[in-house]
Design a binder for this molecule. Structure first.
Ligand code: TYD
Ligand code: MG
Length: 454
């Protein structure tokens, strides 16, 4: 018999049989906490001995039309959801504290309610007055949203049952507290139990439920990752604090494509939708500068052009720095290693800073070539043509691998006034989208073509 495991990680939810300083699963430090079992159940009888009821089984074929999706009134949010909110679904909206989750959801709730659908907003974090003040600031105080401030899950569920709304927003799941679980609000067991109850309520009642989850860096508060597997859709709201851009990203979606993004701008009157993100991300680009490259990326289903900036400077004695914002640090290390091993261009003794402008976080391997170009341009102090976009994956051998959706990338570049592109060979027709194409098979050829003899 497997013994019940009594410890779990507040960052990733992994269970362990003993306490340790670092999670064995995700590697985070100080996130392992003791967990109270969810429920001990009355007189634990083996499932095999006591009969349950027979389940009603159904065919896959159905005559019913798929349930209509309800628009949130925010096009960017609708698209990330896969075309609007699905009834009876549970959605998790995660993000750093202060990034704008409550603002986004209050705006969505207001529009949703204005379209005639019953909407409840339950805040466990703020007093009614605070939520009202935000609504006023957003110019939404007249919206027919019903507001509740409560943390007791039992009372919330009773209210939800009675009201049967079309949409219920729970802000946040970490403040909810179920009296069936014997631990503090925010603990892994409380967060799990609350999310479970609310998800079950969504399925049973047809209400679309959105749970807010703060990303927590450490300590006793469970992060949103512990409930990711329970909900249908997981969205993360990202952005750099100092920037006004916010990116809403779907990382899981049972009703639509994952990895779709929506782009917003935080203004003095709430979040404004950005329908042309490329123009926004490139709007603050300075004059032709060494180290600056435009990457033609794909986020979800749409192309996004974004500036990648690199700075390479002699390192003071000792360890050279590698600092990355908006991209993966180990991917940067890989590119640096390939540049050294395959092209003979060392970065030892040099500090390397890499930044994705505008606060976007890029995960695509197709950014490799743009990153390499930015690094080389910074190192050689040679600016690349300002009207050029770059993309392509780099393999460990130094070969360039084609990226997906080459045509869409080129199309977006042409639309924004770019006139040339550097990319892996054999992936685009000559003269495609009216761009001058420089197609290369490997990184050495790229270095030769762009920077003369490598
Ligand atoms: P909030 O939605 O409270 O963040 P979260 O729920 O993710 O913790 O947003 C907090 C920040 O947004 C706060 O620093 C103020 C800023 N903000 C604006 O800039 N404009 C606005 O119209 C609103 C409502 C908030
Ligand atoms: Mg909030």
């Amino acid at each position: 018999m497997p013994k019940s495991l009594a410890f779990s990680c507040t960052a990733c939810g992994a269970r362990q049989s003993k306490w340790s300083g670092q999670c064995e699963s995700c590697g985070e430090w100080n996130t392992i906490v003791e967990e109270t079992p969810l429920s001990t159940g009355p007189g634990k009888k083996s499932l095999g001995n006591v009969r349950g009821k027979t389940l009603p089984l159904a065919d896959l074929a159905t005559k019913e039309a798929p349930p209509p999706r309800a628009s949130c009134g925010l096009g960017e949010l609708d698209r990330v959801l896969g075309g609007g909110l699905v009834p009876a679904s549970a959605t998790l909206l995660g993000g750093d504290p202060g990034i704008g989750k409550s603002t986004l959801l209050l705006q969505a709730a207001a529009r949703f309610a204005q379209s005639g659908l019953k909407t409840l907003y339950i805040s466990g974090e703020e007093a009614s007055a605070q939520v009202r003040m935000r609504a006023q600031r957003l110019g939404l105080e007249e919206a027919p949203v019903k507001l509740g401030t409560e943390t007791s899950l039992r009372d919330i569920l009773t209210t939800l049952e009675a009201e049967a709304p079309d949409l219920a927003i729970i802000d946040s799941i970490q403040t909810m507290w179920s009296d069936t679980v014997d631990s503090a609000p925010g603990s892994v067991s409380q967060v799990r139990a609350s999310a479970q109850e609310l998800t079950t309520f969504a399925k049973r009642s047809g209400t679309a439920v959105i749970l807010v989850g703060h990303v927590t860096k450490e300590g006793q508060i469970a992060g949103p990752r512990v409930v990711e597997h329970m909900v249908d859709t997981v969205l993360y709201f990202e952005g750099e604090r100092g920037h006004q851009f916010r990116v809403l990203r779907s990382v899981k979606n049972r009703f639509g494509p994952a990895d779709e993004i929506g782009v917003f701008e935080m203004t003095g009157r709430g979040l404004a939708e950005v329908t042309n993100p490329s123009a926004l991300f490139l709007s603050s680009r300075e004059a032709q500068q060494p180290g600056s490259v435009v990457f033609a990326g794909i986020e979800g289903t749409r192309p996004v052009l974004v500036e990648i900036q690199a700075l390479v400077a002699p390192a003071p004695a000792g360890q050279a720095r590698r600092s990355v914002v908006g991209w993966d640090g180990s991917r940067l290390a890989m590119i640096l290693a390939v540049l050294e091993a395959r092209c003979g261009i060392p970065f030892a003794g040099l500090d390397v800073y890499l930044n994705v402008a505008g606060g976007l976080r890029i995960t695509e391997p197709a950014a490799d070539l743009a990153v390499a170009a930015a690094l080389l341009s910074a190192r050689e102090d040679a600016a690349l043509p300002r009207d050029m976009v770059i993309f392509g994956e780099i393999s460990l051998s130094g070969a360039l691998r084609p990226a997906v959706q080459t045509e869409n990338r080129l199309k977006e570049a042409a639309k924004l006034g770019f006139s040339s592109a550097a990319l892996p060979s054999g992936t685009a027709k000559v003269g495609s989208q009216g761009l001058a194409l420089r197609q290369m098979t490997d990184l050495t050829a790229f270095v030769g073509e762009m920077f003369g003899a490598g």
